[in-house]
Design a protein around this ligand. Structure first.
Ligand code: AMP
Ligand code: GLY
Length: 448
């Protein structure tokens, strides 16, 4: 099978790496890819993965390329091309593509849509309202004592959520988005949610329009610095499984979220083929959905795909075809940890072009894989080319073992200004591990 992967981050490197292991994959291209992706080879015929310089949002050229190369499966990594309708465009032209269509991608591209859907179908979420008028929004914020999250409706490069702890902050956030248009058209409406306390985890479910297959739990680390301090980032590291839910609790969370979600999709004629990734707060009154994403998480994907034992081509094929209820989904019982190494200054301004050394030494360690994100090849050397530079990922017998392995590999990699958190997985390893948590047994499948 000839495969095209769209995107250029650590998530896409992990997708390419896992797809390249499949005996079904005969050729893989990645648009636009990165220096690590360009080093991958296919298990079946040793041919190299080829990066093509087409942007992930350049829909006409992606289509033309897929037609020219007779691509048999296109795999979409990031949210923007999904929101722009890349799936609809490819399907209209008779091409097979994995990911939700534009209507289905609204779960991520419109927070107002997602919030109203959750309320209509009884999915546990924060108390919330959706507003276009600042005065009405402020009245609602006051009923919450100003403790709330104010969210721009549309995609805002992950920056559209303002957390407020009093009425003055809430009023300011509402004005920023609805009056000063800080996020442009993406902020024509807002969702205002009560502030939820608890531990935040990531859930992922692979869907085929009728069936949802729940993955083990994972946890991202969104703040730049240790102890969840500093600015919000795309994600500084992740691990899986988390010890916070037993299998029975995970199943219950899946039932509470995915069953009504599938019912709602059927009712609204939303044909969702792809990953549904709910961000979930584990509150005292149970798990509550903060937001939906309609794609794989980054860096969650790096740990999920290193733990995944099932052939990814077969899985994505089943997600496109609507046969996920028949497929086996197997996970390594080992724990996975991914530590993101970022450019100094990220998520603010940072320099590019720093030479990266130690990649071969770290890659030679057992049970370790370095997924590239912002890297490029320059004069025969691999250099930094983005904020998140790479995700150093390792498996271990348990979470502590995986942490030790990932940090041993991180120690071998050097570039000027490298910044990484030293506490990836710390919340999980501080807990007494639960014997049964997180391997997502075969039974975790949901139908409406
Ligand atoms: P979102 O993009 O909606 O996931 O929001 C970004 C981050 O803001 C989340 O990962 C949470 O850490 C935080 N957040 C969002 N909504 C809430 C909420 N209702 N209560 C507490 N924290 C929230
Ligand atoms: N892990 C955060 C995200 O992918 O949005």
């Amino acid at each position: 099978m000839k495969i095209l992967v769209i995107g250029s981050g650590g998530r896409e490197h992990a997708l390419v790496w896992k797809l390249a292991q499949s005996p079904h994959a005969t050729a893989i291209w990645c648009a636009p890819g990165n220096a690590g992706i360009a080093r991958e080879r296919l298990a079946k015929n040793s041919s190299p993965v080829e990066c093509v310089s087409i942007g992930a949002e350049d829909l006409p050229n992606l289509l033309a390329f897929a037609q020219k190369k007779k691509i048999e499966l296109t795999v979409v990594g990031p949210d923007n091309p999904l929101a722009l309708g890349v799936v609809d465009l490819f399907q209209k032209n008779g091409l097979r593509i994995w990911g939700p269509n534009q209507k289905a991608a609204q779960f991520e591209s419109s927070k107002v849509f997602a919030q109203r859907f959750m309320e209509k179908y009884g999915i546990p979420t924060a108390r919330a309202g959706t507003f276009a008028d600042p005065a009405t929004a402020k009245k609602f914020a006051e009923t919450l004592g100003g403790k709330c999250a104010v969210k721009a409706d549309g995609l805002a490069l992950g920056k559209g959520v303002l957390i407020c702890s009093n009425v003055a902050e809430a009023n300011k956030a509402i004005d920023e988005i609805l009056v000063n248009h800080a996020f442009g058209a993406a902020g024509a409406r807002i969702v205002l949610q009560e502030f939820l306390e608890g531990l935040e985890i990531s859930l992922h479910a692979l869907c085929d329009g009728r069936t949802a297959r729940l993955f083990p739990t994972s946890q991202d680390h969104k703040r730049a610095d240790d102890g969840d301090r500093g600015l919000n980032t795309g994600g500084m590291g992740a691990y899986s499984p988390t010890p916070f839910l037993s299998d029975a609790e995970l199943r219950k969370a899946g039932e509470a979220i995915l069953n009504p979600w599938l019912r709602g999709c059927a009712e609204e004629r939303i044909d969702f083929h792809g990953i549904l990734y709910p961000g979930v707060m584990l509150t005292e009154s149970g798990p509550k959905v903060l937001e939906f994403n309609a794609r794989f998480g980054d860096p969650e994907t790096q740990v999920y795909l290193t733990r995944l034992e099932t052939d990814l081509v077969e899985l994505l094929d089943a997600s496109v075809n609507g046969t996920l209820d028949k497929i086996e989904l197997a996970w390594s019982p080992q724990a996975g940890v991914c530590v993101v190494m970022a450019s100094g200054g990220y998520p603010g301004n940072y320099a590019k072009g720093m030479v990266i050394t130690g990649l071969d030494a770290s890659g030679a360690l057992p049970n370790t894989k370095v997924f590239h994100a912002g890297t490029a090849l320059k004069d025969g050397q691999i250099v930094t080319n983005g904020g998140r530079v790479m995700g150093v990922t390792a498996l271990g017998r348990d979470l502590k073992g995986a942490q030790a392995a990932a940090y041993a590999a991180v120690e071998k990699i050097h570039f000027d200004g490298a910044h990484f958190r030293r506490d990836i997985g710390a919340k999980g390893s501080a807990r007494v591990p639960r014997a049964d948590s997180g391997v997502a047994p075969e039974s975790f499948r949901f139908h409406p």
